[in-house]
Design a protein around this ligand. Structure first.
Ligand code: PXG
Length: 291
């Protein structure tokens, strides 16, 4: 893949792409980002990712200095310049360069950059055999402190959870909210299946409104399943028939063990497998061509 990034309106070699140490994105994690996937020279759900980026920015009162159309064009431009076929796209908007002091008003202009890269995926055998996960002590940020619907540059909450998962020897972890109900994972949304019905926690339980999640809900409804957004506990998950995770990088991952309890038969479940199959053709028909 090519070696260029988009940085404040220009295409620059990766090695030469620099931002200031006075950028509040660096000093305070003050900014927002997206994680987008390209499949076969098409960008999956580009408009949905751009909408979410602008929603995140709106919540933190960050005004992105490009229109949505301009932003999409910039993404396509850098993908094209890099000959992107399959991979990962990371748009980032920070508060920009200021001086020390929290106030965002001391920053002049937001910094905008777009990186394309290859994707870091979970090991293939986890898709075939299913993935063991644990719930972690770190609780998902509360809506009242830093709403999980903001995809902000402050990901320490998720990183702490990821570290706890690493210590327990698993690749992904389940995070609960302060009430103790299931919120989501460190970088994926979560679903459970019980008696052929599909459940996922509502966003207000402490989840990012996942674009893969929305796609899977659409597919499941199309396939005739009942899908309900519902609060559920760790214990309810232990006795689910199936559990699976969704995310841009992960796609759909079957979960077969949670905190030592075997889920269902301990193998990827029927509905999980059916949705995984449908998702593969779904991505083909929901991409913006890199032209
Ligand atoms: N929850 C959180 C906290 C996320 O960061 C998701 C759920 C899934 O949302 P999407 O829209 O992707 O279905 C995410 C997204 C990475 C990486 O580098 C992480 C995400 C996306 C792409 C790459 O680990 N997380």
């Amino acid at each position: 893949m090519g070696n260029l990034v988009y940085l404040n309106g220009e295409l620059v070699e990766k090695e030469n792409a620099r931002i200031s140490i006075f950028d509040h994105g660096v000093l305070y994690g003050d900014g927002v980002f997206e994680g987008i996937r390209a499949y076969n020279k098409k960008i999956f759900k580009l408009s949905e990712h751009i909408d979410r980026l602008y929603d995140s920015a709106k919540i933190i009162m960050l005004s992105i200095p490009l229109s949505k159309e301009e932003f999409k064009k910039a993404i396509i431009q850098v993908c094209k310049a890099n000959g992107m076929e399959d991979g990962y796209i990371r748009p980032v908007v920070t508060r920009g360069v200021g001086y020390l002091g929290l106030s965002p008003w001391n920053c002049t202009e937001p910094s905008v950059f777009i990186i394309t890269d290859s994707l870091q995926l979970y090991p293939v055998e986890l898709y075939e055999k299913g993935m063991p996960v644990v719930t972690v002590p770190t609780r998902r940020n509360s809506n009242e402190s830093l709403s999980p619907i903001i995809k902000s540059l402050n990901y320490l909450n998720n990183i702490m959870a990821k570290i706890e998962g690493k210590n327990a020897g698993v690749e992904e972890v389940i995070m609960l909210n302060n009430e103790g109900t299931v919120a989501e994972c460190s970088g994926d949304n979560i679903f459970m299946v019980k008696k052929n019905k599909i459940f996922t926690p509502p966003v207000v339980a402490g989840a990012l409104p996942g674009i893969t999640m929305a796609s899977v809900i659409e597919l499941a409804i199309e396939a005739g399943y009942s899908v309900e957004e519902k609060y559920f506990s760790r214990a309810e998950m232990f006795i689910a028939d199936e559990v699976f995770l969704t995310g841009t990088a992960a796609e759909i991952v079957p979960v077969v063990k949670i905190d030592g309890r075997t889920i269902g038969e301990g193998l990827p479940g029927k509905i999980t497998r059916e949705l995984t199959k449908k998702f593969k053709s779904y991505v083909d028909s929901h991409g913006t061509p890199i032209l």
